[in-house]
Design a protein around this ligand. Structure first.
Ligand SMILES: [Zn+2]
Length: 289
């Protein structure tokens, strides 16, 4: 029974973790030719209409991808030319076949591609192309989608796409505005996440479509300030944990003892603060994992 209760609690947390369902138009125009789309499980994708075809970002799963394709077709009669994966995780990388069937070229960073090849999932199709290094440009019509990769942070091959010139980007799991980082930060390297958030702040980007956020209108997206806020939260949590241990609290109790009132209005503050702190402590104790 204990494990059943734990599973129920976990599913409740996962549901809460997702963006609230947006009111208002879906898809939503964010800037000229740039749209956000929220699927049935709450995840939010982005697509860019370029004048010579459409580039979509993150298919999530087959149901989401089918809705995304329908939303694109309701917006423009231009063909879908590319689908970009942000990273390897199954909960983002499913549904690629829906885009292949539309004739799109599916692209992932090589680190994500290699993981996807080694870890098949019935809902995940292997991308058509991979790219390496830290930057790749997809030039199509009157738009350029700049794909950025800053090394380790979360999962493999984490890609931050930015529509160059429009100053609009897309961020998957690295930042969820007005919400604490997810759960115990699975598959995150927190020190590398902090470094990566610093790199993201150097991108030529003002507005951001976030896969997950706790804003009242999730489809409207957020801004680069949300990246700065998450970085500040992680730095504040790291400092509070160190101060708690320095004050004499045994490390195994320190994670439960830390408080950060500055962030108590963020979603999941009560549920995840100690879990976030545990991850930071463990990473400092065991090394990155
Ligand atoms: Zn992920």
């Amino acid at each position: 029974m204990a494990s059943l209760r734990y599973l129920l609690l976990l599913s409740f947390c996962l549901i809460l973790a997702d963006s609230a369902v947006s009111q208002g138009s879906n898809p939503r125009q964010i800037a000229d030719g740039i749209y956000s789309y929220q699927g049935p499980t709450g995840y939010i994708s982005m697509f860019v209409v370029t004048g010579d075809g459409v580039i979509a970002v993150d298919p999530i799963n087959t149901g989401h991808a089918e809705g995304l394709v329908a939303a694109i077709e309701a917006t423009t009669n231009q063909p879908i030319r590319y689908l970009v994966h942000t990273h390897n995780h199954w909960d983002h990388s499913g549904g690629g076949k829906v885009f292949k069937d539309e004739g799109a070229t599916v692209i992932a960073h090589v680190d994500a591609y290699n993981w996807m090849k080694a870890n098949p999932h019935p809902d995940m199709a292997l991308p058509d192309e991979s790219w390496g290094g830290s930057e790749k440009h997809i030039v199509l019509g009157d738009k350029t989608l700049q794909l950025n990769h800053f090394g380790a942070s979360h999962g493999h091959g984490m890609t931050i796409p930015v529509v160059a010139g429009e100053r609009v980007g897309y961020i998957a799991d690295l930042v969820a505005p007005n919400r604490l980082p997810f759960f115990f930060m699975p598959d995150f390297t927190v020190a590398e996440l902090e470094r990566t958030l610093g790199e993201i702040l150097n991108l030529d980007m003002d507005r951001v479509v976030y896969t997950h956020n706790a804003n009242s209108d999730p489809l409207a997206g957020g801004s680069r300030q949300d990246v700065a806020d998450t970085l500040a939260y992680l730095q504040d949590l790291r400092a509070a944990l160190a101060a708690e241990i320095a004050s004499g609290t045994p490390p195994r109790l320190a994670s439960d003892a830390v408080r950060l009132p500055k962030y108590e209005d963020w979603a999941m503050y009560d549920q995840w603060l100690a879990l976030n702190a545990w991850k930071i402590w463990l990473e400092g104790h065991l090394g990155p994992f």
